[in-house]
Design a protein around this ligand. Structure first.
Ligand code: COA
Length: 207
């Protein structure tokens, strides 16, 4: 079994052409970030009103910064990130990733505006969750959203996360203070039904 923690370190020359494995439910596919995705990520994250309102992405994010993040995260054992793609066309739809420590992972995600409203984020979160429980052997996933972020709250609920008010916080995010609500998803007691195949991965920017 190979998980994120045993992926060999990559350098710049590797990072431009990472043909790593993917997670796929037949509708969306999660694949590794590549250097060639950096401009798309930066333009999408920095200029989308909803991402700027509800995600921690900087409004001044540049492709150069994303390139550096791709390389850095490829060498970071406690983070993973994927491009959410259309399973058929390969079109980029969004970003999903997690950071983990002590058996607990913190998930986050966003979709490009054109990809919203068809359940892609829910599918991606389910794929990520199954992979994290099976291949990283995490005990629990958590996520938090702005309290007013109804779409993200529905995504969390549809992916099986449950509200955890004890973890709610006021957070300093960018130029403001956000009231955030927390969700958690414990690992299934029987992980044998998960079918990620423990494909190795690496990378990127977790908003
Ligand atoms: C959160 C996000 C990924 C959800 O995208 P999505 O998968 O397209 O979600 P949908 O549009 O299918 O909506 C999911 C659910 O929320 C509901 N919803 C969507 N927008 C809503 C709104 N403004 N108010 C209330 N409910 C809303 C949908 O009806 C759907 O509910 P349903 O399952 O009962 O039909 C997307 O909105 C996004 O990228 N937002 C900006 C970044 C962000 O918020 N990231 C999360 C940070 S925690």
């Amino acid at each position: 079994m190979r998980g994120w923690g045993v992926v060999p370190a990559l350098d710049w020359s590797d990072a431009g052409q990472m043909a790593g494995p993917t997670l796929n439910d037949g509708v969306v596919r999660l694949r590794q970030w590549e250097i060639a995705d950096a401009r798309w990520y930066a333009v999408t994250a920095a200029h989308d009103d909803l991402i700027q309102r509800f995600a921690t992405e900087s409004p001044t994010l540049t492709a150069e910064q994303v390139r550096a993040a791709i390389v850095e995260l490829a060498n970071t054992a406690d983070s993973a990130g994927f491009v959410i793609c259309d399973a058929d066309s390969g079109e980029r739809l969004g970003n999903i990733g997690l950071r983990h420590a002590g058996g607990v992972g913190l998930a986050s995600y966003w979709l490009a505006a054109s990809a919203r409203g068809r359940g892609a984020a829910t599918r991606a979160l389910r794929l990520l969750s199954d992979w994290a429980f099976e291949c990283l052997a995490l005990d629990e996933l958590q996520l938090w959203t702005h309290a007013e972020n109804s779409a993200s709250r529905r995504v969390a609920e549809r992916a099986g996360f449950v509200r955890c008010p004890a973890l709610d916080q006021r957070r300093q995010v960018k130029a403001g203070v956000w009231d955030t609500v927390a969700y958690r998803l414990p690992a299934p007691t029987d992980r044998s039904g998960l079918s990620s195949g423990c494909q190795s991965t690496a990378h990127i920017v977790v908003p």
